[in-house]
Write a protein that binds this ligand. Structure first.
Ligand SMILES: Cc1cc2nc3c(=O)[nH]c(=O)nc-3n(C[C@H](O)[C@H](O)[C@H](O)COP(=O)(O)O)c2cc1C
Length: 313
């Protein structure tokens, strides 16, 4: 099985990916949070920082693009090619209101004719192989089979399916019957994504879908960064988080912003520790960097660790 780190905007940025790969092995490809190309045809400073030259990182990474304008997307694909990447991923799943209202992300699934025309133009001219990351619908999954038919008309490098509709955001069970439809007779590789928080969960997917060769994991890997390399070791976790926080202080030029970012990490990480309620409450309230780091270290050093995180999906 190949394991991919899911793109998580606000968490798995360039710093995070670099340090995760330094302390924990087992990820075959890191998918980057999306960038949205605009008519201005230039990357913002932040985007340029988030999209380093492929050769400058010692792991495989895939840029993700979000947008519906074919020319802007083709321009961004060429930029990714020039930076040395060998694949781009197109986001057809983002459920955020501001994205969907502009007909982007999972909003692209509501007009299948426009989606078909978009994909036809992209696959006709893209200078890199293009993979897709999709949900199974917007308000319901009635068009799912039609969407699959459309995808199957194109040389999709790999189709990652997050089997939820847009309305479900990231909550509740995944629709495994819908995922099964994507796998059946698929002309291209299909990757599973959703609610995997342990290797046992991944094993169940592999057992149920023997032809699936890749699984993408997001929140489960933030919660248990060592899931794919034999479990999260306390010392490695401490070193990882200390270096991550320090680097954020430098990158953001603000300890306050570093704390905000680290709290987003701990939102998931806390699920790995038993009896963490009191310290987690204190951590959430903390605004002083040194105090925040002391609480983080106390959690890592003193609380019992669960065999795998208990995430409330
Ligand atoms: C905070 C957050 C940010 C996300 N950002 C992105 C993104 O930039 N691109 C994308 O395709 N999916 C994004 N996702 C969706 C994840 O990649 C993934 O599909 C989702 O979390 C389900 O997988 P999981 O259950 O393993 O976390 C995001 C999800 C979360 C919770």
């Amino acid at each position: 099985m190949r394991y991919y780190y899911a793109p998580l905007e606000g968490i798995t940025d360039a710093t995070f990916r670099r340090l995760h790969s330094k302390y924990f092995s087992g990820v075959d490809k890191y998918f980057m949070p999306f960038i949205s190309p605009t008519i201005h045809r230039c990357l913002t400073n932040r985007e340029a920082r988030e999209l380093p030259k492929a050769e400058s990182v010692p792991f495989a990474a895939v840029p993700q693009l979000l947008g519906k304008n074919v020319d802007d997307m083709l321009w961004a694909i060429a930029v990714c090619r020039d930076l040395g990447y060998d694949e781009v991923n197109i986001n057809l799943g983002c459920p955020s209101g501001t994205v969907v209202s502009k007909g982007k992300g999972s909003g692209m699934l509501s007009d299948i004719y426009a989606l078909d025309a978009f994909l036809e133009a992209i696959y006709a001219k893209a200078v890199l192989p293009v993979s897709l990351k999709t949900r199974i619908g917007v308000n319901d999954s009635e068009s799912w089979e039609k969407l699959l038919e459309i995808y199957r008309d194109y040389p999709v490098r790999e189709l990652t399916v997050h089997p939820r509709i847009r309305k479900a955001f990231y909550k509740g069970d995944c629709d495994m019957a819908a995922f099964a439809k994507a796998v059946e007779d698929s002309p291209f590789p299909v990757c599973y994504n959703g609610n995997v928080s342990s290797l046992d969960d991944a094993g169940k997917i592999a057992e149920q879908f023997p032809t699936v060769e890749s699984i993408m994991i997001g929140r489960g890997l933030v919660a248990d960064p060592g899931m794919l390399c034999g479990g999260t070791d306390r010392e490695a976790l401490k070193a990882f988080l200390n270096e991550l926080s320090d680097t954020y202080c430098t990158v953001f030029e603000s300890k306050r912003n570093a704390i905000y970012r680290m709290k987003d990490n701990w939102h998931y990480l806390i699920a790995l520790f038993e009896g963490s309620e009191k310290l987690w409450k204190e951590m959430r309230k903390s605004t002083d960097y040194d105090r925040f780091m002391a609480i983080a270290n106390e959690i890592i050093e003193t609380l019992p660790m669960r065999p795998h995180p208990e995430i409330n999906w």
